[in-house]
Write a protein that binds this ligand. Structure first.
Ligand code: FMN
Ligand code: MN
Length: 484
């Protein structure tokens, strides 16, 4: 059974000893970050701040900030189970006989459970406030000392593609400007930004409707950060993850729908002709992302539960909670990458590479230039386009072991020959690229070089002791005075 909502997940965490309630007053300005950081670094539990200073709304943080809690959120023992489920759909063979067709029925029923379902009402409508509301009622964090202000860090921002009518849900931080206005940090290549640009192209002085849900069941919250293809509804992906449809309910003041189980909903619009300075913000790079011009979100209505919980997260020097999210992305999307590029055997994005700076890819190399083909493929694959450095190794290198990768990759390269630079889109958060959103990327071909690639020297074998000697020493081991 999927979690009905955020509070059911929190209750489960508490039951499993994975939640700590904090009743002392703690300030959402900096202090909660510091507490959450220390607890996360110590491998501690999720936190529920019952008395954030200046607000009557409790605040939940670090809910998914461990492998165990992430598995609980996805209701699996290992995240690879999600990948296996994706693979089972990819591997779908067209059925031959009647028996095979019948065997397929449960799979088809499962497919049906992906699609979001519209419902007439839901707990997010317990309180509806068209007037007199204020964002300042919520315990919104100022995460870091040089942040420009308070930021909503885990909003599910919902828009519709003005051309296709398809929904998009993305997590884009929102700087609180005042009681009913925030920034909308749609980075250039993200789907929300594309909706904004398309709407603006036809109606430069118009508006685009935007709804924001804060705090939902964990799979739905997670779906907002996943790099699913454009025009593929993240709520459908959430339905896949939770194996039950996400129930959506109509907004009060616009034509969008929001998850009915949300804790808090902000309805409103973005003015297409309006930009405002946003940031700085202590970001997941571990540095402040600088101020920039971004669209502005105007809130027209707030709906929430009678006793809402404000869900948030902190990004900053790695590793943070978002590392666990990135790990899910790495594992869950591997079968999708493999579908297009079956030569890929494994992929790793180490925490220090903060998603877009470093990807290590193992391939089963089968023709000259194969590694370079894969770097180019990755640079054209959705948000993997941002990957600043790609290291391609042979399939017998364990990409999950950074020290093995550093060792073998450095041994395998003749830098001038094996490093390739390309120009292209870069992550908006990349503060080193020559201009915002555009810069260079590097592919490193750290595979064994072949004669067909012009490498005419012999490639040496890796040193390994032979089995016979190892067995002999095993047998001798205790006699040599060592313990096993
Ligand atoms: C905590 C957190 C904060 C994020 N903040 C932003 C942000 O401010 N702007 C942005 O464009 N992406 C941000 N992201 C990344 C997007 O959520 C992610 O790229 C997502 O896939 C975007 O959805 P889209 O592909 O539908 O555009 C954030 C991710 C996390 C985990
Ligand atoms: Mn999207």
């Amino acid at each position: 059974m999927a979690y009905r909502d955020l509070r059911e997940f929190i209750a489960r965490l508490e039951k499993e000893g994975e939640l700590r309630r904090i009743s002392a007053e703690v300030d959402p300005v900096l202090e909660i970050t510091e507490v959450a950081q220390r607890v996360l670094r110590a491998g501690g539990p999720a936190l529920l701040f019952e008395n954030p200073k200046g607000s009557r709304v409790p605040l939940a943080i670090n809910l998914l900030a461990s492998e165990r809690r992430m598995n609980m959120a996805l209701e699996v023992d290992r995240v690879e189970e999600v990948a296996d489920r994706i693979r089972s759909f990819i591997d779908f063979q067209s059925p031959q006989g009647l028996f095979e067709k019948i065997k397929m029925l449960p799979k088809l029923a499962e497919l049906g459970s992906f699609f979001p379902k519209t419902v007439r009402s839901g707990p997010c409508k317990e309180v509806i406030r068209r007037d007199g509301f204020s964002l300042l009622d919520f315990p919104i964090l100022q995460c870091w000392p040089k942040d420009a202000g308070r930021f909503i860090t885990w909003p599910l921002v919902i828009t519709k593609n003005p051309e296709t009518g398809k929904r998009n849900v993305g997590v884009y931080r929102m700087q609180v400007f005042d009681e009913r206005t925030t920034g909308m940090h749609w980075q250039t290549q993200k789907h929300g930004a594309e909706h904004f640009r398309r709407a603006r192209a036809t109606n430069p002085q118009g508006r685009i409707e935007v709804a924001v849900a804060i705090g939902s069941d964990p799979a739905t919250c997670l779906a907002g950060i996943l790099p699913v293809p454009p025009d593929l509804d993240e709520m459908m992906f959430a339905g896949f993850l939770r194996r039950e449809p996400v129930e959506m309910v109509a907004c009060e003041t616009c034509s969008l729908e929001v998850p009915a189980n949300a804790e808090i909903v902000l309805e409103g619009y973005v003015e297409l002709g309006e930009m405002r300075t946003e940031g700085p913000f202590g970001d997941h790079t571990g540095f402040y992302s600088l101020e920039g011009e971004f669209p502005v979100f105007h809130v027209t209505c707030v709906t929430h539960r009678r006793d809402p919980i404000y869900m948030t997260t902190v990004v900053g020097p790695p590793p943070q909670e978002d590392f666990f999210m990135g790990h899910v992305v790495e594992r869950v999307f591997l079968p999708v990458m493999k579908m297009q590029y079956p030569e890929i055997t494994d992929v790793a994005m180490p925490a220090e590479g903060i998603f877009h700076n470093l990807m290590i890819v193992a391939i089963r190399k089968s023709y000259p230039g194969h590694a370079r083909k894969i770097t180019n493929a990755i640079w054209s694959l959705g948000q993997a386009m941002f990957t600043k450095v790609i290291v391609v190794v042979d399939h017998d290198v364990n990409v999950q072991d950074s020290s093995e990768v550093v060792w073998k990759a450095l041994c395998a390269i003749d830098p001038e020959r094996d490093v390739q630079f390309v120009l292209g889109p870069s992550d908006t958060l990349d503060h080193a690229s020559r201009i915002q959103d555009f810069g260079s990327k590097m592919g490193i071909d750290a595979t064994r070089k072949w004669a067909s690639e012009g490498f005419l020297r012999p490639w040496p074998d890796e040193i390994k002791m032979d089995d016979k000697t190892r067995a002999r020493v095993d047998a001798l081991w205790t006699k040599l005075g060592f313990s096993r």
